[in-house]
Design a protein around this ligand. Structure first.
Ligand code: PMP
Length: 404
């Protein structure tokens, strides 16, 4: 079992107050708080090993390089990838998806082709494809979302054709909490020879992900959502595909040889890592992944699922409560609306009670349009949250209701 009280002591920020009230932090889908070991890893890297990586022959540069490359191997192991050549460090999921869209489109997409996304994507798995569609003339097809908040899998099957060149899909919805059947999506797509990219921003922190077992061709996630620092993220890509894709940005690190006539590119993964990388970020991300593994993803998934069930059972007792997203397969996110109270009013008033939730469209405006709502209030959980905090949320909502 998870010893929440002990775990909470690892996160200095959880001890603070806001507006004179104990902080109840329920905005983990936006970003997670950092354990002391991650904060120390950043400080330690700058205090003791800071030097630019890869090109230096001096001691510190080699040590920083070794630590960054050990971090890459940690990520590889964490997501079950075969080789560190397949692990590209980026700024986060958004940059991973932009890199993928830009480079994949240049390599493989032309007019008449189709890329399938879904109606529950974050803007970062919509807009990069729209930008490239404008350049290369391919079409975007969108898997519809059902009233329950699940993907319409029959519609998905009917969309697959020899025009489809990629399926790019979120593993877990940041609004609905739905865990999509990515294994099934991947095996269907693969039966047509179509590669699949997965946005793992909301899955990697909560459920055990093994890219090889899933068969994912690309998989993206952000360090800051898994207790690591901001500004670091990952794009996993299958080597065979990455090798055929052109660089995303040009500059230092990503080249083998530059002349004014012709430049040859570095090998994987450096071909996709132009410029000085966030080596301190990757080192601290590895510390975060170690921390998560010490607790254990199976235990995390089980505990968070209990929290989520508890939250749903508590919140649905509140008259006027409407939960947005009612899939049975869900992760640690609950979105809701109460009566006619605007989500931003609810969020502002909960904030005054010390409760941090997110409100608005959650960077998923097409999904809001589909559901016919302006936005939601979203509570999202971590293994450091407690049932008592959910009780505080529920009491807070009741209080806000009384004000209207
Ligand atoms: N995809 C999903 C499903 C997300 O929830 C988020 C963050 N809200 C992103 C992508 C973008 O992540 P980042 O802002 O870290 O790049």
């Amino acid at each position: 079992m998870i010893d929440v009280e002990r775990i909470r002591r690892d996160f200095p920020i959880l001890g603070r107050e806001v507006y004179g009230k104990p902080l109840v932090y329920l905005d983990n889908a936006a970003t997670t708080q950092k354990p002391q070991c991650v904060i120390d890893a950043i400080s330690e890297a700058y205090c003791n090993v800071n030097a630019n990586v890869h090109r230096g022959i001096h001691f510190l540069s080699q040590q920083a390089t070794d630590m960054m490359e050990a971090a890459r191997d940690k990520v590889r192991q964490f997501i079950g990838a075969g080789s560190t050549e397949e692990i590209i460090f980026t700024r986060g999921t958004t940059e991973s998806m932009n890199l993928l869209a830009s480079s994949f489109a240049q390599a493989f997409l032309k007019e008449g082709d189709e890329v399938i996304i879904s109606g529950m994507e974050h803007h970062s798995n919509i807009v990069p494809w729209q930008i490239q569609a404008g350049r290369y003339g391919f079409k975007l097809k969108v898997i519809p979302v059902t009233d329950l908040g699940e993907l319409d899998m029959d519609a998905f099957s009917a969309m697959l054709s020899d025009k489809t060149k990629l399926v790019s899909i979120t593993h877990v919805s940041n609004v609905l909490g739905t865990v999509n059947p990515v294994s099934e999506i991947i095996s269907k797509a693969h039966s047509y020879g179509i590669p699949v990219a997965v946005d793992g921003a909301q899955s990697v922190p909560h459920i055990k992900v093994n890219v090889k077992e899933l068969g994912a061709d690309f998989y993206a996630f952000s360090g800051h959502k898994i207790y690591g620092p901001t500004g670091i993220g990952v794009l996993y890509g299958r080597k065979e595909l990455l090798e055929q894709m052109p660089p995303y940005q040009g500059g230092g690190e990503m080249i083998k040889r530059v002349t004014f006539e012709k430049t040859t590119y570095n090998e994987l993964p450096y071909k996709f890592e132009a410029g000085t990388p966030d080596y301190v970020g990757s080192i601290a991300l590895a510390t975060a992944l170690d921390y998560v593994q010490t607790i254990g993803l199976d235990k995390i998934a089980q505990y968070e699922s209990e929290l989520c069930d508890y939250a749903i059972s508590k919140l649905t007792q509140i008259p006027g409560m409407r939960i947005i997203g009612n899939s049975e397969h869900r992760s640690a996110v609950v979105s809701f609306l109460v009566g006619n109270i605007h989500p931003s009013d609810m969020g502002t008033l909960l904030d005054r009670l010390g409760i941090a939730v997110r409100t608005g469209h959650h960077c998923a405006e097409p999904l809001m349009d589909r559901m016919g709502i302006p936005g939601t209030v979203r509570a999202s959980f971590s293994f450091y949250n407690t049932k008592a905090e959910i009780d505080t949320l529920s009491a807070g909502i009741e209080r806000v209701k009384c004000m209207f």
